[in-house]
Design a protein around this ligand. Sequence first.
Ligand SMILES: Cc1cc2nc3c(=O)[nH]c(=O)nc-3n(C[C@H](O)[C@H](O)[C@H](O)COP(=O)(O)OP(=O)(O)OC[C@H]3O[C@@H](n4cnc5c(N)ncnc54)[C@H](O)[C@@H]3O)c2cc1C
Length: 404
Amino acid sequence: MDELFQSRRMWRRHELKPHYDVAIVGAGVHGLATAYYLAKEHGVRKVALLEKGYLGCGSSGRNTAILRSNYRTVEGIPFYELSLKLYEQMSAELGWNVLFSQCGHLTLAHNDSGVAGLRVRAENNQLLGVDSRIIYPAEIRRLVPALDVSSGAHWPILAALYHPPGGIIRHDAVVWGYARACDALGVEIHPFTEVTGMETARGRVERVRTTRGDLAAGAVVNCTAGWASTVSQMAGVPLPIVTHPLQACVTEPLKPFLHHVIVSATLHVYVNQTDKGELVIGAEIDPYQSYSFRGTLPTLEQMATYTLELFPQLHGLRVLRQWAGVCDITPDFAPIIGRAEDVVNFYMDVGWGTYGFKAAPGSGKLLAALIATGRAPELLEPFAPGRFRQGRLVGEKAAAAVSH
Ligand SMILES: Cc1cc2nc3c(=O)[nH]c(=O)nc-3n(C[C@H](O)[C@H](O)[C@H](O)COP(=O)(O)OP(=O)(O)OC[C@H]3O[C@@H](n4cnc5c(N)ncnc54)[C@H](O)[C@@H]3O)c2cc1C
């Protein structure tokens, strides 16, 4: 009976072994993507994914699943574009429908400085081959008739950055799709296995302590997002990260009326409508640092207020659920990916803040190449952990903060 049950599972159970080639801490989308590319592209299959909860219990199962590549910097744009392209092929590659809807993404500007900021992004995007352009109220009204683009609005909409390939994916389908593929390639997935400490000697992580026993690994990878600074500290690697909760909510369903993702960084709100008709609404990060997973009334009020600024006709709509996840924010709103400077077998794929779901295939692929070959692919170099000591920050805040 147990055998029958096991054969129907998308990934198998395993005893924890004393040694692996690679141990990845955190089986969210980033840990899974890294394991998948290690096994698939480099033949590194003795890999353990160590996850303290169930798969997707972190931000990978809590995010609003917006994908896009219209970032601002020359470092960020090609990096996110690689990921978007990998997401476009993902259903075919994994043989598993991840329900990626490229419905288009609009970032609104409500004042002149907002328009100027979007122009810089549009120009950088176009120079680097990303489909992204500024549109004005007449075209915005045609694309999104429900938006209040009247000049009498509290926050008039002067322009928008339109990014047609952006859209929404099904986050748990991505997690399960990667997990299935990892399992088929021989990667071991260990849910409910918390890493509680690491022993380091001679600049290496020698042992990883877990709630199911100790192990050693040729390489240890930190993919723990909101917990990244505590896990890196176990290896004696400090990180310039602060952790904030981020909240979102979902409303009762309505007939389809909104066919694009709408973001206003000025109002700190973003909205899209799911295939079921619900509105998914997100906010900016909570204003204080914490590891809390609780939704709060002030944030719910903020989400409702600013949604009504954009769509006044939604007054009276009821909220069904509200939730939070924790986000690891770096000083330059760009991730930290690469090998630790002083611990030679400790790698990190962290600092994903409020925007990391969209980046997982790209960062997993590139980090796997670094771990397997010892050479950092060019696209990874700007995000190396040493950049803070060297003062080479990436400066992605204008396109990364509330825009997701
Ligand atoms: C409300 C919300 C909305 C968001 N919206 C978007 C969006 O629209 N688009 C986008 O691109 N991004 C978005 N994000 C950000 C995105 O969700 C994250 O950046 C991304 O999911 C991070 O993936 P991850 O695999 O690194 O982390 P996670 O999915 O958090 O996985 C880390 C895992 O590490 C595990 N772990 C932690 N400590 C240990 C330990 N000691 N031992 C073992 N396991 C451990 C955790 O249990 C967790 O499962 C949003 C986030 C939130 C919270």
